[in-house]
Design a protein around this ligand. Structure first.
Ligand SMILES: Nc1ncnc2c1ncn2[C@@H]1O[C@H](COP(=O)(O)OP(=O)(O)OP(=O)(O)O)[C@@H](O)[C@H]1O
Ligand SMILES: [Mg+2]
Length: 392
């Protein structure tokens, strides 16, 4: 007799990577604006904290643009370790996006990269993707400069020869290009400001570098794109999304549990999905809603313990004291004598240095009301439970 295997329900919440399809919720208004702007030739700058859903959003915009016949190249600059690699990755991204299925690979390269002085080669990677690469590392820095300049120009030339009205280039985590040399973004600006057929989407999250890349006076990409700050997901839609998924996967949860979860994460997309993932695992325990959420967060902090411990270990004593003070006393008036005495922080200059370093490490932020906060909700909670309260 055949054995019937009961299929275990699977956890419907995804975090830590790009989401699409029915794992991606809302953002419809954002998608429509971004799609229209890019299609119409407007550069955009999407700025948001880490894990806010920038990449998932822009890839959805890319799908819609492609469906409208607009070719879109995508490059994640975080994964580009050198200028030589940037040349390879850009050319491969153009190749992927701008070649039509009927064109032979070699012909496309000859036809479209003909202006490039260093001849590219084609190879197939482990996933069967064709990669374009240059022997640029050995070409010397002047030649590499020239090569990059030609590659920056390439999309406009490809649009013209292909009789395309519009091409789009997405540079994800573009602020990381600042780390490949001071002149690189300036060189990019000099080229792309003349382009008529290419729109650029710049996506960024590292505030220190973003300031230098786009916001400071004299920044290379100052006023080159429409700023499009991305907020958390709207509470109502996110609540509905979570509730539906709990129910559809056979683990319906009362509304107060979901409200408590979103209150805890503040609607941060990744944190909320991560907390929901752990809440789903404990959802069948016979506990009241608030105890369920507390248990889920506890499990999540255990799972994240290694990462949290590294952040803690990498903090010097003055930084640790300040982190604890922010959790215990809040982040108002932290330089005042009162605050420093209560929190045992020592001299104001010590506090100043610690704050500066924590801001540079992107762990702490100064909000619009002049209050310092720990940026990562989970790290804050980890400090509260494990360090302040000493819970195991
Ligand atoms: N529209 C959305 N609907 C549901 N969940 C989302 C949405 N956008 C983002 N998320 C959640 O956030 C996570 C991170 O998304 P994504 O990688 O797109 O963000 P990011 O801002 O590009 O992150 P990073 O800073 O790591 O580049 C996803 O795995 C998912 O859990
Ligand atoms: Mg991303």
């Amino acid at each position: 007799m055949p054995v019937r295997v009961k299929q275990l329900p699977s956890n419907p919440f995804r975090f830590g990577r790009i989401v699409s399809g029915d794992a991606f919720t809302d953002r419809e208004a954002d998608i429509l604006v971004l799609q229209r702007e890019l299609r119409d030739g407007q550069n955009v700058l999407i700025e948001a904290p880490r894990r806010f859903g920038k990449t998932s959003l822009i890839l959805e915009v890319r799908r819609r643009l492609q469906a409208d016949g607009v070719p879109v190249a995508y490059l994640d600059c975080m994964l580009v370790p050198s200028r030589a690699r940037l040349a390879d990755r850009l050319a491969s991204a153009y190749f992927d996006a701008f070649r039509t299925p009927t064109q032979r690979a070699e012909e496309w390269v000859v036809q479209h990269l003909k202006a490039v002085r260093i001849r590219p080669t084609l190879s197939i990677d482990d996933h069967g993707h064709t990669q374009v690469s240059f022997e640029a590392a050995s070409a010397g820095s002047t030649n590499l400069d020239a090569l990059l300049e030609q590659l920056f120009q390439e999309p406009e030339l490809i649009a013209k020869t292909g009789k395309k009205k519009r091409l789009v280039v997405i540079l994800d985590e573009f602020q990381d290009l600042m780390e490949l040399g001071p002149g690189l973004l300036r060189q990019l600006r000099a080229v792309i400001q003349h382009q008529q057929h290419v729109s650029y989407a710049f996506l960024g999250s590292r505030q220190g570098l973003l300031r230098k890349a786009v916001h400071d006076r004299g920044a290379p990409l100052l006023k080159m794109a429409r700023p499009y700050p991305l907020g958390p997901l709207p509470k109502d839609e996110f609540t509905h999304f979570l509730q539906t998924r709990f129910k559809a996967s056979g683990r319906p949860l009362p509304r107060p549990a979901i409200d408590a979860l979103i209150d805890f994460t503040g609607g941060h997309p990744n944190d909320t999905q991560e907390a929901a993932h752990f809440l789903w695992e404990v959802a069948l325990l016979p506990l009241p809603p608030d105890a369920l959420v507390r248990t889920a967060i506890d499990r999540m902090l255990d799972a994240e313990a290694a990462q949290m411990t590294v952040l803690w270990h990498d903090s010097a004593p003055a930084q640790r004291s300040l982190l604890v003070a922010l959790v215990e006393w809040g982040g108002r008036n932290i330089y005042s004598e009162d605050f420093r005495r209560h929190a045992n922080l020592g001299a104001a200059t010590t506090v100043q240095r610690a704050v500066q370093t924590l801001i540079e490490r992107e762990l702490v932020d100064l909000d619009a009301n002049g209050v310092y906060r720990i940026k990562e909700r989970f790290f804050e909670e980890w400090i509260r439970r494990r360090i302040v309260r000493g819970e195991l």
